[in-house]
Ligand binder design. Structure first.
Ligand code: HGY
Ligand code: MN
Ligand code: MN
Length: 422
């Protein structure tokens, strides 16, 4: 898809972005699930998520946007185009957060998308194609693994049925939490899953140090590294910590620790490009004086090279099995994302929008995963990054500057108007 230079109306939309309004909306969202240290804990499909959805819908209603929701709870806010039959240009991100999340990860892309539509209104910009802001369900996967669940279903990579029996740490089924979330917006039109989509552009904080180090306000994202997730379950036998001889134990935690050590050795990378994380562990019976009978731990492996992420992911099960000793082990893959390369013409457009707005920029890959990975399977896709303080994210201290957030929203507004008026 070759991109024309940006028209005056795209630049007018960008100029109408209001930094204060954007910041105030982010501050209002940060109150929903607020935790000490200026953090946010807003799990997917939780009462906090339901409250954030209601607030977003109230803003959309005040802008005259039409709202719809699909079976996995993805929320769509539509600004009509001159040609209502044209596939929409989409933007958005997610409203759920990590348990110790920040005020910007995800929600910035949703609020910046809304700001771009409001700026188009303010500038009197009409677009040929409709433009939709999407709040994707459960991008984080912190409560209900895996991540990017809503965009996976939208792209047809999975079905809602695949996830309804996933349980959170309290034993709540995703299906029940989803039903409660959908029931909370009874007046929002239901829509079938899937496209067509003309193009997708997502604004997000970088969650890394590059833009801040380069002194830049905006980055044109070239793609996302590959990622593989697994649940590893080790089963042994509960026994008395004082009487059971160690040599006779089937200690699930001892073997899980050995597996994790072996996985760390497998993924050891002097160039520090490979990412290996065990972030979740459930121990049963989780009592100081009972030998653990069952352990579930998560595995998150990432790498930008397709062959490397394939090789490392394929080695997870044999590596765990080799450490099982007297226990049994089950390794369940829950996510396999090959590295994603964004559409060069969309990357070009983001860059030219930034240039037209006098914003120097750079091209950079994303170390974090995003819903844009799945939209890239359906349509020309790109992302706009803005810096965050010291690259900190998935942490209450996540921080960003109002001027940088507004600069990203201006580039987003111009890019969306350019795409919707192709
Ligand atoms: O895990 C990720 O990279 C994203 O924040 N969900
Ligand atoms: Mn995110
Ligand atoms: Mn995140």
């Amino acid at each position: 898809m070759t991109m024309p230079a940006l028209r005056e109306d795209a630049l007018a939309a960008a100029a109408a972005v209001d930094e204060r309004r954007l910041w105030d909306r982010l501050a209002a969202m940060a109150q929903i699930g607020a935790i000490p240290g200026q953090g946010v804990n807003r799990p997917a499909l939780s009462p906090e998520d339901i409250e954030a959805r209601a607030l977003l819908l109230s803003w959309a209603d005040s802008l005259g946007l039409s709202a719809s929701v699909d079976a996995i709870g993805n929320l769509f806010l539509r600004r009509e185009g001159l040609d209502p039959s044209a596939p929409p240009v989409m933007t958005g991100s997610h409203m759920d957060t990590q348990p110790k999340g920040g005020r910007f990860d995800g929600i910035y892309g949703v609020v910046a998308g809304l700001e771009a539509l409001q700026a188009m209104d303010a500038a009197g910009v009409r677009t040929r194609a409709p433009v939709e802001v999407v709040a994707w369900t459960n991008e984080e996967g912190g409560r209900f693994p895996p991540c990017t669940m809503g965009s996976m279903v939208f792209a047809g990579a999975c079905r809602v049925e695949d996830f309804v029996d996933v349980r959170d740490n309290a034993g709540i089924r995703l299906g029940d939490a989803l039903a409660a979330t959908l029931a909370a917006t009874p007046d929002t039109a239901r829509r079938p899953a899937g496209g067509p989509v003309a193009a997708y552009v997502e604004a997000h904080i970088e969650q890394g140090p590059l833009l801040e180090a380069a002194g830049l306000q905006v980055g044109a994202v070239t793609g996302v590294q590959g990622m593989r997730w697994f649940n590893v379950e080790v089963s042994g036998e509960s026994a008395h910590a004082g009487t059971a001889p160690v040599s006779l134990r089937r200690d699930a935690l001892r073997e899980a620790v050995a597996m994790i050590a072996a996985l760390r050795e497998l993924t050891d990378d002097p160039s520090d490009i490979t990412r290996f994380t065990v972030g979740r562990m459930l121990v049963t019976p989780n009592s100081p004086n009972s030998v653990p009978s069952h352990v579930l731990f998560s595995v998150d492996i990432r790498h930008p090279d397709r062959a490397t992420i394939a090789r490392l992911g394929d080695a997870v099960e044999p590596t765990c099995r080799a450490q099982a000793r007297a226990c049994t082990v089950t390794v369940t893959p829950t996510l396999h994302d090959d590295p994603t390369t964004f559409d060069p013409s969309v990357v070009d457009l983001v860059e030219s929008a930034a240039g037209a707005l006098g914003l120097p920029t750079m091209r950079l890959p994303s170390g974090a995963s995003h819903d844009a990975m799945y939209l890239a399977r359906m349509c020309p896709t790109g992302m706009v990054f803005v810096p965050c303080e010291r690259g900190i994210s998935h942490n209450e201290a996540e921080n960003a500057k109002p001027s940088d957030l507004a600069a990203g929203a201006r580039v987003l507004a111009a890019t969306l108007a350019g795409l919707a008026n192709r």
